[in-house]
Structure formats: C-alpha cells, structure tokens
Ligand binder design. Structure first.
Ligand code: 13P
Ligand code: SF4
Length: 308
C-alpha cells in the first residue's frame, strides 16, 4: 500500500472513531499496521480490563472471536464489532459445553479454572477465568488443594510447576501453534545466537519452557525487554510480538523461533477491514443473554483478582 493511501485510511478511521465514539482494541498478535489506529494494544488480560472500563459506545475488537465475546460480556450495552468474521481460535474450539460437563463430572466439587481462550458457553459453567499473565495468581486465589484447568494443558502444567502445593488436573487442549515449537529449534538457535535471551509464552510445552530465560504472556515478554538491557532475544511466541519489538527497539536483535509461530486467525484484520467495520458497524458480536450473565461472574472474578 502506498504511504499516502495508508495515511488517508488512518485519517478516515480516526475521524470515524471520534464521530461514533468508538475505541479500537488490538491484541499484539495482530498485523502491526493496525497499531496506528488502535487505542490500546496488549495481551488478553489488558484487553479485558480495558473493555470492562471504557465508556466508548462502540468497541472495535482486533483479535479472535473469544476476545470480542469477552468484551461483549463485560460491556453488554456496548456495540462490539469484529472486522473479520470467522477469526476463531483452535484452542477455544477444543472444548465445548458437553465436554466441559463430562470433565467436571469426573471431579465433583473441584473448582474449574478456564483460560479465556474458550467459548462464552464454556466460561458460563466454570468458577473463574484466567489469562496467561495471571493464571498462577488466579489458581492461588482459590486456596484449593485440587483444581481443574482447561482447555490448555501446557498452561495448566506450567501453573502446576509453579504451585506444587496444588494438584492441577488439566484438560487436553492446546494451542497447535505454540505446541508445534520444538526443543531442537530452540537449541539450534541458542547455538547460533549464544548471547540471546530466550523468552517463551506458557502455551508451549514443558520441555520447551525448560529452555527459557523468562516465561510470560505477550505483554510480559515485551515488558521484560523494556526492563532489561540485553541486545539479542529469541522470541518463542507468535510473530506479531516480534514485529512490534523490532519496530520499538530497532537497535536490538529479535529472532522469531520458527516461521510456524504464525496464527492465521490473528492476521485477518488490516486497515481496510477496520475502516469497513466502522463505516458499516459490522460485524456485531452477540452473546446469548443468559450465557453472558453466567459467564460474567468468572470473568469478573478474574479481573478483580488483579486488583487484590
Ligand atoms: P496472551 O495471554 O499473552 O494475550 O496470549 C494469549 C493468546 O494466545 C492469544 O491467542
Ligand atoms: Fe488461539 Fe493459538 Fe491463535 Fe492464540 S495463537 S488465538 S491460542 S490458535
């Protein structure tokens, strides 16, 4: 796209945003160009917190469907728009209500913690939600001896490693993109870049996490780089994070662990889509009222754990 066309698009979006009292929230796996119009770019937790407190009338959500649904549940009176339909999440699709009920039935009276990467229906029947940045704190906050954790078994195992006093029963879901990263890929890169720090998202397998200098959510990875003075990093999460880091720290070196670290669903939105979404107020996200009412509680519990 030519620079002038891009500028025109950005100006149109910003004008419409003001006219319609809209806010644009973007996950940091999105195409980096959308940052030029986004009011906030961050991880799942930051996005949920913002969605809960904004007083804009319209939220344009640049992310995958479960994120937009979470925003709608937190702000039911606002219009929540997602520019590209069918931006699903493979992990969220790995557990449905029936499977959740079967899982819970095997462990009566054990509290269930659900990663926000899940459908609204599933959220509506768990005790509390979590994101990758607060999963340990959320599980700890329950003061329980045993906890069910779904859908991501890798995140659940990582929480278990950090909280040996709690027995964590994991569901067998995963993010296929993070799970596909191998220890060999990291070992090869470490050999090639011996001074690079290895920063890893906890959706990776335990064997991969064992090779990390730091484990954290996307925002936590970015904060680690801000707070430290190293020059070279191997980034073990989705490409969008590397694109933003390279833009923000051009003098530092960022190595994406593998070309497989690319989530196609997160890359559906470009500036043209954002403009169309605002112009036509499409595609509106709806969550069944009863389900939304029940799903609100575990999401609010998660958000309030952060305040404590
Ligand atoms: P964050 O919790 O770091 O936002 O990552 C979750 C994720 O995989 C989004 O799909
Ligand atoms: Fe889902 Fe994985 Fe894509 Fe995140 S990176 S949206 S968990 S498929």
């Amino acid at each position: 796209m030519q620079q002038t066309d891009k500028r025109t698009l950005i100006d149109k979006i910003n004008k419409l945003k003001k006219e319609k009292n809209a806010i644009i929230l973007a996950h940091c796996y999105q195409n980096v160009e959308v940052d030029e119009v986004a009011d906030f770019v961050g991880d799942s937790l930051g996005l949920s917190q913002l969605a809960a407190k904004t007083d804009a009338k319209i939220i344009v959500f640049l992310g995958v469907t479960f994120m937009a649904e979470t925003a709608k549940i937190l702000s039911p009176d606002k219009k929540v728009l997602i520019p590209s339909l069918n931006a699903g999440c493979d992990m969220a699709d790995m557990v449905n209500l029936e499977q959740l009920r079967e899982f819970k039935a095997k462990y009566p009276n054990v509290p269930a913690v659900c990663y926000v990467n899940s459908t609204a229906e599933v959220k509506s029947e768990v005790d509390i939600c979590c994101t990758s940045s607060n999963a340990i704190n959320v599980v700890k906050s329950l003061n329980a001896k045993k906890v069910l954790f779904l859908p991501d078994e890798n995140l659940g195992n990582w929480v278990a490693k950090n909280l040996p006093e709690v027995e964590i029963v994991t569901y067998n879901g995963c993010c296929p993109i993070h799970k596909s990263i191998t220890t060999q890929e990291i070992k090869d890169l470490k050999q090639k870049y011996p001074n690079a720090k290895v920063l890893i998202h906890p959706e990776c397998t335990a064997e991969v996490l064992a090779l990390g200098d730091f484990i954290g959510s996307t925002t936590q990875i970015m904060k680690y780089i801000k707070d430290n003075n190293y020059n070279s990093y191997i980034i073990v999460t989705e490409k969008g994070v590397v694109d933003r880091l390279q833009r923000d720290y051009p003098q530092k070196e960022f190595i994406l662990v593998s070309p497989k670290a690319y989530c196609p669903n997160m890359k559906r939105n470009c500036l043209e889509d954002v403009l169309r979404a605002l112009e036509n107020e499409e595609h509106e996200i709806f969550v069944d009222r009863e389900i939304a009412k029940k799903a609100l509680l575990p999401i609010e519990r998660m958000v309030s754990t952060e305040k404590n």
